[in-house]
Design a protein around this ligand. Structure first.
Ligand code: GSH
Length: 208
């Protein structure tokens, strides 16, 4: 085991969940370091590992990789046999598109419906931007599930599912009404043993 993934509090750290889930789903052994977010010492602790001052960071031998999508890409290249991206070039291009869209977008949804995997909170009055973000997420999920036939966005689990996994938890936390294939998809992700392991660990955290 020569890989260490440094993550933030499992309760809140949506960016950390993504590569953690990729490694778990691929059965790749790794050590983990969890840094409690929103504490006086958080910044200093993260700085010990991360040149960007943010988590997640993957440490592999001399290398540090400090971004969720970059970590997923690195793991995919190190372990091609795990097929972490879809096997067909067209599917891979689409999976990368939806993953990049998640990585660079949906700011309103991320702010108004911030991740907290251990709370059930009232549905807030969603502002226009959040409603627009949710509409687009549902459109992506519907199109991918229609195209692949499910149960995951591109048939079997891929990095695209890891990128959207924190979004699926927000649907549950804030009781967002779901229909049809989308409801099934949120359940499929929630039932992954690795997701349950993450949430159980969050429940033991003091924060949140
Ligand atoms: N683009 C980065 C974003 C990472 C990020 O914003 N991480 C948050 C935690 S989820 C963080 O490290 N915040 C620093 C802090 O809370 O002090 C990625 O994809 O990894």
């Amino acid at each position: 085991m020569d890989m260490t993934l440094v993550v933030g509090s499992k309760t809140f750290s949506s960016w950390s969940l993504r590569p953690w889930l990729v490694l778990k789903q691929a059965n790749i052994p790794f050590k983990e370091v969890v840094i409690a977010l929103n504490q006086l010492s958080t910044r200093e602790q993260i700085r010990q590992y991360s040149p960007s001052g943010r988590v997640p960071v993957l440490i592999h031998k001399e290398l540090r990789i400090w971004d969720s999508l970059a970590i997923a890409e690195y793991v995919s290249e190190l372990f091609p046999e795990k097929e972490l991206w879809p096997s067909k070039i067209e599917d891979r291009a689409l999976a990368r598109s939806v993953s990049a869209e998640m990585h660079s977008g949906f700011a309103a949804m991320r702010q108004q419906l911030s991740m907290n995997v251990k709370r059930r909170l009232p549905t807030p009055a969603l502002n226009d931007d959040t409603q627009g973000d949710l509409k687009r997420v549902f459109e992506i999920w519907n199109e991918c599930l229609n195209r692949s036939g499910g149960p995951f966005l591109f048939g079997k689990f891929s990095i695209a599912d890891a990128m959207y996994a924190p979004v699926t938890t927000r649907m549950t936390t804030y009781s967002i009404p779901l229909t049809g294939a989308i409801e099934g998809y949120v359940e499929t992700v929630a039932k992954l043993p690795a997701m349950q392991e993450w949430i159980q660990a969050a429940q033991k955290e003091a924060e949140g």
